[in-house]
Ligand binder design. Structure first.
Ligand SMILES: [Zn+2]
Length: 453
């Protein structure tokens, strides 16, 4: 029987294969524009199927659309009860301006210890590490005691309607598991010689708010004959700019700020002062503190007017709302009412795009993640922070099914995360993180699914 340490050591011997896997995935341009036909994730799923088949592991491709299939593989195990699911996604966001890229975004070029390409990081890095963990386990002839799944969904970048959302609604039996590990909320910060890692335990919600301001159209040469909605828009934008969201510091993240030199209890009375301090020493922690302490309403799009010589009859202002898990719909509406009460001719529509969601931090999977890093980083002093993520992932759908789901990546703490550029120009992943990520997935699977019967 291979020990966990010998499995971890084999990852170092597999560097070339790990890099190659990431490059091959980047070379399949599974771009998701959000508008059908798009994605072509089936090509990625077929690559994954063929690759695992080389190691004698079978898998299943299933989807709403033949070109947008999801990838599901069950690792051989004694029990048919799945304990852990590896999650990731096969689609990538479009490339905005290829001219600005240092390398062809679908080449997987290696430069200064990193692999460059759209999706190299989000989410084909996590997918690479999960695939390699499967392969290394199998090459050691390991049959797990409890079930381990690898599910890579289509369409994560546009809400999962062809991916995890569809699987959760139509085929929940295919993604049933006690625990799952996914992207989102995993950061590493070095503070005064201490290594601080986070586990993504939840996500803020997202709503789309559309304000409609009605005016009265008329000729621009006699503006007094109409009622120009633009001026009400101006007032509304000013209200949004002046809006001071309530500061609430009850998420578990705020009880861990002592790791960053904040000894006082942070609340609305000292918030700005302490954020100023964090801004100088830990800008990432400062930004997270702002995002995780308040509901944000951000204007993102304006539409209105039909002709340059006509007074607009109607203007629509779209806003993005990010709410905390305990901020329910009544609260959101009361805040919108406060912002918009003095605007003439205003109505609004509010649509939930994703619910806030969370899993408990105290669990066997959290213990396994913590144990895996103390082995891999050879560091028993790591400090851990439960983190809600300001953004959205597929974890919302698995948490809804009652699966304890965490965001954790296992990236190398020495890797410069500012070069990741997820969704941006020159997206990349450090090769060191592909290695430590593979070790992490291997160790977490081993701890969760072996010798526990
Ligand atoms: Zn992603």
């Amino acid at each position: 029987m291979s020990s966990l340490q010998s499995l971890i050591d084999q990852v170092d011997d597999s560097i070339n294969e790990i890099i190659h896997m990431n490059q091959e995935l980047i070379k399949i341009p599974s771009i998701n524009t959000g508008y059908m036909p798009t994605g072509n994730e089936t090509l990625v799923a077929e690559f994954l199927r063929d690759s695992l088949l080389d190691d004698g592991i079978s898998s299943n491709l299933i989807g709403r659309d033949p070109k947008r299939k999801n990838f599901i593989s069950d690792y051989p195990s004694i029990s048919d009860k799945t304990k852990l699911m590896f999650m990731s996604h096969t689609d990538v966001v479009p490339v905005e301006n290829e001219e600005k890229w240092k390398f062809d975004p679908f080449s997987g070029t290696i430069h200064e210890g990193r692999v460059y390409g759209r999706g190299s990081n989000d989410c084909k890095a996590l997918l690479t590490t999960q695939m390699m963990a499967f392969k290394i386990l199998k090459r050691n002839n390991i049959t797990l005691d409890y079930g381990l799944k690898l599910v890579s969904g289509a369409d994560e970048e546009h809400g999962g309607k062809w991916g995890f959302r569809w699987l959760a609604e139509k085929h929940p039996e295919l993604i049933t598991s006690d625990y799952a590990i996914n992207e989102g909320g995993s950061v590493s910060i070095q503070a005064d010689n201490k290594l601080i890692l986070s586990i993504g335990v939840g996500e803020k919600g997202r709503l789309e708010l559309k304000f409609k301001i009605k005016g009265e159209s008329g000729h621009a040469s006699t503006p007094w004959m109409g009622k120009n909605a633009s001026f009400q828009l101006g007032k509304l934008l000013k209200n949004l700019e002046d809006y001071k969201p309530e500061i609430i510091t009850t998420l578990p993240f705020f009880s861990h700020l002592h790791n960053f030199g904040i000894e006082e209890k942070i609340d609305s009375s000292n918030f700005d002062k302490l954020i100023d301090r964090l801004d100088k020493s830990y800008p990432l922690v400062s930004s997270l503190s702002k995002a995780l302490s308040q509901m944000l309403i951000t204007p993102t799009m304006v539409q209105g007017g039909i002709k340059s010589n006509s007074i607009p009859e109607e203007i629509i202002l779209t806003c993005d709302i990010r709410n905390l898990p305990f901020q329910k719909i009544d609260y959101i509406i009361s805040e919108i009412e406060k912002i918009s009460q003095d605007i003439d001719g205003l109505t609004y529509d509010l649509e939930y795009m994703s619910d806030p969601n969370e899993s408990k931090f105290d669990s066997a999977l959290a213990d396994a993640i913590i144990e895996s890093q103390s082995i891999i980083q050879n560091n028993k002093e790591i400090k851990w922070i439960p983190l809600h993520s300001p953004g959205f992932t597929d974890s919302t759908y698995t948490r809804r099914l009652g699966i304890t789901t965490y965001g954790f990546y296992g990236s190398d703490p020495q890797d410069d995360a500012t070069l990741n550029n997820i969704h941006g120009t020159n997206e990349s992943i450090g090769i060191a993180s592909l290695i430590s990520g593979t070790k992490s997935m291997l160790a977490i699977a081993y701890i969760m699914c072996m010798n526990k019967l």
